[in-house]
Design a protein around this ligand. Structure first.
Ligand code: PLZ
Length: 456
């Protein structure tokens, strides 16, 4: 059995079409047994992965610019993760922390207290998925404040469960015909520099003024339990709010007894070049939700926050059968060790410094690229009909398809489906970054013009 991890040859290698015959055979099996609603970016079946590559059932080795949606930041099957998970699986796999506790859960909560923003007294509770963490953050905020309303933003993504669908902004594919949705969710304009009506230079100031006025007139500050925001929006298009917006929002929450929740599920654990994206402007959220990168690919999520808020909830009020599963906790402790040992926050900044100039050059040559944005190893380009803000999702789809055929795993995102995002594992080698960027450059050059109908 071939082993993954960093020892896997770090090379792009195409030996068949993408997808190849073996993947196509598995896809036919998939079609007969798996719900079609669960879809794929690229239907190649993976057999082994590590470092910056994914190897498929036909023996193709793809460059990974997706990290399984910002999860395998430490690389697939990272040595410390494999080691600790293996040991833990041999010792015991489950007790349920609510039945009988174990040290690994406590250690993860200690690490979360140490690494998340702010030096205040913190507590954490562990869950299985990002959506579950968000749900619980809202439960905690409502319980602690005794208030009902929750404020979320345009272009937000917080999950696919009922409450988190209500928080998520985009209809297709996340919400369409899945309602009715949870109540007391209020949506506010997002500080989106490229699309701010009076220009990016006014965005921070005016967005903050709009949000606070809408909260005042439509909800009433004293009715708001929480404001939840992704410090850099993920699925909604890698929207980076302008400097000043997040600190002012956090301050407004503090002044009005509103719990400020940073959803760091996609941005957290070194992805943006800091431990957390909130660190960039020294924002200290009251509650932080984490998942994805926390555990090197095993399912684990957390809510971490001020002890007074977290411990406001009655004993037994939070939990779940699998939350903080010991194997997932062992993986998290291994992943955090990898991040510190290899300074992966530094690696994320390095990746940004390699990719940003190349992307900016590309944008200068191709007016279909309206914006280059992001931080660290969370980067994106937004595509529009040249000279306009009209989204060009058709061009994004063609570029992604060309990259896929050339052996580069690439994801799209955005409310309008017109953003190409780059989320390589933080351990990816510079030669693969370089090769991936060259593939992207060729795909952009041959993508052709934006079509007349641009919405999807
Ligand atoms: N909050 C900021 O990015 C997950 C979604 C993929 P779960 N993003 C990937 C898809 O199409 O389902 C995400 C996120 C932010 C919450 C979540 C939800 O995390 O672990 O997918 O539930």
């Amino acid at each position: 059995m071939a082993a993954g991890g960093p020892a896997l040859p770090q090379e792009r290698r195409l030996v068949t079409d993408i997808p190849g015959p073996e993947s196509r055979r598995l896809l036919a099996r998939r079609d007969r047994s798996v719900a079609r609603a669960v879809s794929h970016v690229l239907p190649v079946f993976i057999t082994v992965a590590g470092g910056g590559v994914l190897v498929d059932a036909d023996g193709n080795s793809l460059i990974d610019f997706g990290s399984g949606i910002a999860v395998t930041s430490v690389g697939n099957s990272a040595p410390e993760v494999v080691e600790r998970v293996t040991q833990q699986v041999r010792r015991f796999t489950h007790t349920c922390f609510m039945v009988a506790p174990y040290e690994e859960y406590v250690s993860v909560c200690e690490e979360l207290a140490r690494l998340t923003p702010g030096g205040h007294d913190k507590r954490s509770a562990l869950f299985n998925s990002g959506a579950e963490a968000v749900e619980n953050a809202v439960k905690i905020a409502r319980h602690a404040t005794g208030r009902p309303a929750v404020v979320a933003f345009d272009h937000a993504y917080h999950g696919r469960t009922n409450l988190t669908m209500a928080l998520t902004a985009k209809n297709m594919p996340y919400k369409h015909r899945f309602g009715p949705f949870a109540g007391e969710i209020y949506r506010m304009p997002m500080a989106y520099p490229l699309r701010w009506p009076t220009g990016p230079e006014n965005c921070a100031e005016e967005a903050f003024a709009d949000v606070t006025e809408l909260i005042h007139t439509q909800i009433g500050e004293q009715n708001v339990a929480a404001v939840i925001i992704e410090p850099i929006q993920g699925e909604g298009g890698f929207v980076v709010p302008p400097d000043g917006f997040l600190p002012r929002l956090a301050e407004f929450c503090r002044e009005n007894g509103i719990v400020f929740i940073a959803d760091e599920i996609q941005t957290g654990f070194c992805r943006t070049g800091d431990w957390f994206a909130s660190d960039h402007e020294a924002v200290v959220p009251d509650l932080v939700t984490t998942a994805k990168g926390i555990a090197g690919g095993l399912p684990l999520a957390a809510v971490t926050g001020r002890a007074v808020l977290m411990d406001a909830v009655h004993v037994g009020g939070l939990g779940g059968t699998y939350g903080g599963n010991p194997v997932a906790c062992a993986a998290a402790l291994g992943a955090i060790t990898e991040m510190e040992k290899h300074d992966l926050a530094g690696r994320a900044r390095h990746i940004g410094s390699v990719m940003l100039p190349r992307l900016s050059d590309l944008a200068a040559r191709h007016p279909v690229i309206a914006d280059v944005r992001g931080r660290g190893a969370m980067l994106a380009i937004e595509l529009t009909v040249p000279g306009t803000l009209q989204p060009a999702p058709d061009v994004a789809k063609r570029i992604a398809a060309a990259c896929h055929s050339a052996g580069l795993m690439l994801l799209t995102c955005g409310t309008f489906g017109n953003v190409l995002r780059f989320l390589p594992p933080l351990v990816i080698g510079d030669h693969l970054l370089d090769e991936g960027l060259s593939i992207l450059e060729r795909a952009v050059a041959s993508a052709g013009p934006a079509g007349p109908v641009a919405h999807g």
